[in-house]
Design a protein. Structure first.
Length: 327
């Protein structure tokens, strides 16, 4: 049976009462306002900022000529019109079991000739073919411009994608990332920046080289039968506390199949870790437990999380605001 809005509200209050007062939960625009516009475009980020997101999330990969550009994956077939460019037909190849075009085979100039597409079925395709692939520097520039215009500091939440893979190709992710942060006077603790990664190795390196806050992305550990273990992350929380400031947790870590909270948030906070949860989508929520994406989000806010990733920043801002005012 799905949880009703009233029950969600009651459970949220009960669980939140178990935690001390904390700062308002952060709304992180996952790939920008990707529920409305093609992901990881300047236009999607700008829309997210307009909707009131606290942070925008650029995923970083390398172009062939060593420029950090913004894509969720290192392959291009899903989110761009690369297949419509006959001049790049010969670039298609196999890697890691996938037959596609890969960003590391294209220079920045070549990538700029591609146009972004909406990757999710059921979402508007009206803006396909209109927007370019941005560089990380262009995203930083957008954030600086919009922060000054709006009079509020918008945060950056970059993810290092496949750092071991790019290191194997000769791209030093750590050096290049820190170079850009230094250039923009952002390599300091007080900057509104979180750096996230699924790979502990790069975060351990960064921990020795920067005061910028670090987030370890985690998923549920899988048992011998392949089933996800609710509440148990694939990287132990105590280990994470040695080098990171928080965890970016897949939402299934915080809840059982029956809809009951796990001990994950309590355990993470006991180790001094922030808890940011991904990914909340108006069009893809746990319908077996919740009646809407909003009720799902309200439930998680009630668990005392510190931030949330959402494809729909307007929904995140509204629900988080209602939660903050009610507590």
């Amino acid at each position: 049976m799905r949880l009703s809005s009233l029950l969600i509200f009651i459970v949220s209050l009960l669980f939140f009462s178990c935690f001390p007062l904390v700062a308002d939960p952060l709304v992180i625009a996952h790939r920008g306002a990707s529920g409305y516009l093609p992901e990881h475009t300047l236009e999607a980020y700008q829309l997210a900022i307009k909707m009131g997101a606290d942070y925008i999330e650029p995923d970083l990969v390398f172009s062939k000529d060593g420029v950090l550009v913004v894509r969720h994956d290192n392959y291009l077939g899903t989110t761009t019109d690369v297949e419509e460019h006959p001049e790049f037909a010969s670039r298609k190849r196999k890697w890691a079991g996938r037959d596609d075009w890969f960003v590391e085979d294209f220079t920045l100039l070549e990538l700029k000739t591609l146009r972004a597409r909406q990757a999710f079925e059921g979402r508007s395709k009206a803006f396909d073919g209109k927007y370019q692939i941005p560089t990380f520097q262009e995203v930083i520039d957008l954030v600086a411009t919009e922060s000054a215009r709006l009079g509020r500091q918008i945060g950056l939440y970059p993810e290092t994608k496949l750092p071991s893979h790019f290191d194997s190709l000769g791209y030093d992710f750590v050096a290049r990332l820190l170079e850009i942060l230094d250039k923009n006077n952002l390599n300091k603790r007080e900057s509104r920046i979180f750096i996230q990664s699924f790979e502990p190795g790069i975060l351990r390196r960064l921990n020795d080289l920067t005061e910028v806050r670090l987030i370890q992305l985690v998923t549920p550990l899988r048992g011998d039968d392949g089933e996800m273990q609710a509440g148990i992350p694939n990287v132990p929380l105590r280990e994470i506390s040695e080098y990171a400031d928080g965890v970016g947790a897949l939402k299934y870590l915080l809840i059982t199949r029956e809809g009951k909270p796990t001990a994950f948030v309590r355990q993470a906070k006991a180790l001094g870790l922030d808890v940011h949860v991904w990914t909340f989508r108006d069009d893809a929520y746990m319908s077996e437990l919740f009646e809407s994406g909003e009720s799902e989000l309200a439930f998680y806010l009630g668990l005392g999380i510190d931030g949330l990733f959402t494809d729909f920043p307007d929904t995140g801002v509204r629900v988080a605001g209602e939660f903050t005012r009610a507590r």
